[in-house]
Design a protein around this ligand. Sequence first.
Ligand SMILES: [Zn+2]
Length: 177
Amino acid sequence: MKMSKDGWLTGVRRLKSPNFDARPAHAAIDLLVIHNISLPPDEFGGDGVIEFFTNTLDCTAHPYYAQLDGVKVSAHFFIRRDGSVMQFVSCLDRAWHAGVSQWQGRERCNDFSIGIELEGSDFVAFTDEQYAALKLLTKKIKQAYPIRASVGHSDIAPERKTDPGPFFDWPRYLDPK
Ligand SMILES: [Zn+2]
């Protein structure tokens, strides 16, 4: 696993999302944003998230999906329950994961962040494999970009978002071991 100059990580599955655009000129890539997601909510292992991020989700396939019709989002990375990592957007480009957000007085966190989605929810623990993969991914990203902090989606959009939720173990993630 290594970050290429084009912002794609070698050794992980690539599924290109159309939901991205260019970062503003001269934007530093200096923040990691951790999320959780599962589609349908609280169901793991299906292709819902992948389909959602690639605009191929059948919005009639589940009652919850009706509200996702036409919604265009993405993240740079998705880590499944088994620890496998997928990349949807080059780190050099702006993925659409944070929405209206602010970090240390800087708005529009998508401009300067990398978004990592963990397959999960606010109601269950993440897996050992996910922590291992997230730590390795974080290390590889930090080797390539001047990351100053890792924060939760709920830290940068507290009025709207609760993820990665109470089960995300920040000390475990941030422990360099
Ligand atoms: Zn989120």
